[in-house]
Design a protein around this ligand. Sequence first.
Ligand code: ATP
Ligand code: MN
Ligand code: MN
Length: 301
Amino acid sequence: KPKSAKAKASQSSVVMGVPISHPDKPLWTEGFTKLDLARYFESVADWMMPHIAGRPSSIIRAPDGIDGVHFFQRHAMMGQSSLLSTVAVFGDKKPYLQIDRPEALAALAQTAALEIHPWNSRPGKPAEPGRFVFDLDPAPDLSFDDVIAAALELKARLEGIGLIPFAKTTGGKGMHVVVPFDGEGLDWPTAKTMAREICAAMAADSPKKYLIKMAKKDRTGRIFLDYLRNDRMATAVAPLSPRARPGATVSMPLDWQKVRKGLDPARFTIATVPALLAKSKPWEGYAKAAKPLVKLLNRRR
Ligand code: ATP
Ligand code: MN
Ligand code: MN
């Protein structure tokens, strides 16, 4: 005998122990709902957690969906779920939001948090650098193949100085190249200078293709090598975070053999990514790739 509609709905809209209210509320234009978001987070949580836990995270909430008002939030919210962590940072009176357990992702979905943007700090050490994110921002007239070519060139340069880079789409127009490292004994000014130097060298060698100045007016036909994510309190969208953009696209971590001409970042969505992730197991060497950056810097000097 079929269950009553009410019983069925209440049973099916609990995700990781968190009851999702208004589960059928559409958040994306394509009809993906709040419950779809919560279930997406559940399916990718184990992969995602090591990349967000222990670092403050900003979130983007869109309670009325991506066409409605967006709330960009860095601080803990009044009355927030006890599944979310809060951290006091740099003497700021207002505590910051932190995501330390998988269930917190369901609690975030319940508040219609579509995007997660962690700091690039060492876990548990908000003042210290923990990874580089090189943010490749193409001018609107460029193709995604141009972005791929830039990512591959940057990869070669990073490997050339002994770093181990990883790639992800952003769910938007560009790509991020992520370099994990052990930042013990380092500060952000030092790490940021290194990131800037790497991008400056790449732009100097191909000034027609790349630039490191933010000014949009100079960007036509070129890719902005945005090294500014590499700073205290700077964020980048987390790998596997959905975007509050058309298509419910996701910032998809990819192994380098997938980063080739013809790649279409729009195919990575909250509907397609769980199966792709289970099949491809990207970034397997990530944890081991984090070597002490201070040693490498000392060798370079
Ligand atoms: P795209 O590929 O479309 O550029 P993106 O996520 O890289 O997507 P960017 O605008 O290049 O978008 O921003 C890079 C990162 O910097 C973001 O993921 C976000 O975490 C952070 N960021 C960008 N703009 C802001 C902002 N105004 N306030 C806070 N953080 C920001
Ligand atoms: Mn970008
Ligand atoms: Mn950028």
